[in-house]
Design a binder for this molecule. Structure first.
Ligand code: SAH
Ligand code: SF4
Ligand code: F3S
Length: 471
């Protein structure tokens, strides 16, 4: 296969968008204009929404989470599982009334992964005629132009393209957090796991240049960000398409040298591509957090094969041993799909066996969802819903017990945590995370936000720890 290198959207095209942003900002001058973005799906989608937020801020819009007060509502969609899609349809249906009331004073836009499927776009155009703008994942940078057409010419804009070779740099960004930042390092996926829709809606793998990433992280450090999370569907294949052949571990070493950044995280790592070099770099670079999200998907080698995951149960377990031998105390988290076509009770027990042996710190568990267009959706050996659900509950019970037991081992230990701010669940407490990604709530002065501090763990729950600030 010939090597494809991603091409940056020409600076001139980005400048055209900036020009349109200035025009809309002029139109909005002196008026209060608001937007809300509702994001479904993974961190890559969240990061895309931050870019949309940046463009909207540049056009004079303020953020709100109140639909009634919004002049623009955007749904950034996900299609990885059916329930993510259903939620979007539910929201679109409910917004009909608001749109009827507000008419042209409300712009309703839908974008993201669902829109890269023609049949979904057709369905939305026919069923939810109150939608004004539809665009996909490959032309997000053209949002100002689409909005302008709607605002000035009152046109509906449906613009989805299949071309996936481009990367848009230099877009403004409005980040959700002021301590931690997401940095997308690559787009797309080449792996075609047989259940997964992502490669079809996000296109082939393409890596941002090392310079662009380093500059973004330096900028984040200047803005006082302390933690970065590098994002990609499989960060281990970062750089394979770059002319200079920079690898992911090489990128990590560069980023580790940037002053001001205190912690580096990344996700996701495909087990088949996790190199010894990455393990070495994780061990040696002081800022890389001792945590790895390493989706296993299933513990049965037979099912893994039919998932096209390209590793066996034994290879995964060996990898875990190697990680633990080289990076003592490393936390491991995973993703598991329950009820993949033809999964037998024995296959499922293999999954339970791996969970028992590895003892993951936590696991995202999913019921297999049929995604049209993927090989697994066509299988005539679908597992009945009630069997899936019963297995799911057994897995969840086991994993919750293990998560709690691991959290209990933290009791009375002193941990270093990065303080993220006020706890969302308890406004009287601050919250932070250990390097191993455990949430720790504790009482303390709010000016600790953004600092690495020491706490003693005094209570352990399934999903979080409680700490006491050490003076
Ligand atoms: N690129 C990442 C994650 C992709 S999507 C990786 O390879 O791990 C996040 C998770 O959603 C996957 O790890 C998988 O567990 C789950 N998932 C993907 N497609 C699914 C489907 N059709 N049904 C159920 N879960 C699915
Ligand atoms: Fe989907 Fe597999 Fe790619 Fe992850 S690696 S995005 S699960 S196809
Ligand atoms: Fe969903 Fe798209 Fe992410 S399908 S999981 S939002 S890449």
């Amino acid at each position: 296969m010939s090597k494809r290198t991603a091409v940056c959207v020409p600076e001139q095209e980005i400048e055209e968008q900036r020009e349109i942003m200035r025009k809309i900002a002029n139109l909005n001058e002196g008026k209060v204009r608001r937007y809300s973005i509702h994001t479904f799906g993974c961190q890559l989608n969240e990061n895309d929404s931050e870019k949309l937020g940046g463009m909207l801020a540049g056009m004079g819009y303020e953020e709100t989470d109140d639909f009634d007060k919004s002049d623009i509502i955007i749904f950034n969609t996900c299609c990885v599982r059916e329930n993510a899609e259903q939620k979007v349809f539910g929201h679109l249906g409910r917004l009909k009334m608001l749109k009827d009331q507000k008419g042209d004073n409300l712009v309703l836009a839908v974008c993201g992964c669902m829109m890269q499927q023609q049949e979904i776009v057709d369905y939305i155009m026919n069923t939810y005629r109150h939608v004004d703008i539809i665009f996909g994942t490959h032309n997000l940078h053209k949002f100002p132009e689409m909005l302008y057409k709607k605002l000035i010419n009152n046109e509906k804009v449906f613009d989805v393209i299949d071309t996936d070779g481009y990367i848009a740099e230099g877009l403004p960004i409005q980040r959700k957090d002021s301590v931690k930042a997401w940095v997308t390092i690559m787009y797309g996926c080449n792996n075609f796991c047989s259940y997964c829709i992502v490669p079809y809606v996000r296109g082939r793998e393409r890596s941002r240049s090392v310079n662009e990433i380093v500059n973004e992280v330096k900028m984040l450090a200047q803005q006082d960000y302390k933690e970065i999370t590098l994002l990609g569907q499989n960060v281990n294949s970062y750089g394979k398409d770059l002319p200079d052949m920079t690898t992911f571990p090489m990128l990590l070493e560069k980023l580790n040298g940037i002053d001001g950044i205190k912690r580096i995280r990344f996700m996701t790592s495909h087990p088949k591509d996790l190199s010894d070099e990455l393990i070495r770099v994780m061990r040696e670079c002081d800022k890389i957090a001792p945590h790895l999200h390493l989706p296993i998907q299933s513990g049965s080698t037979r099912i893994l094969q039919s998932m096209n995951r390209k590793y066996t149960k034994e290879q995964y377990l060996e990898l875990v041993d190697k990680l633990r031998a080289n990076i003592p105390g490393i936390a491991l988290t995973t993703d598991i799909i329950v009820g993949f076509p033809d999964e037998s009770e024995e296959d499922f027990e293999e999954t339970l066996d791996v969970v028992n042996r590895v003892r993951f710190d936590s696991a995202y568990t999913f019921l297999f969802s049929r995604r049209a267009g993927t090989p697994a959706a066509k299988s005539d050996k679908q597992v009945p819903d009630e069997v899936k659900k019963a297995r799911f509950d057994r897995l969840l019970e086991l994993q919750n017990r293990i998560s709690r037991e691991i959290n209990e081992t933290y009791l009375n230990r002193t941990c270093e945590i990065l303080v993220e701010g006020i706890s969302k669940t308890n406004p009287h407490m601050l919250t932070g995370r250990t390097g191993t990604n455990k949430i720790v709530n504790f009482e303390g002065p709010s000016n600790l936000k953004g600092n690495l501090i020491k706490v003693k763990i005094i209570d352990a729950k399934t999903w979080h720890l409680v700490g006491k600030l050490l003076k």
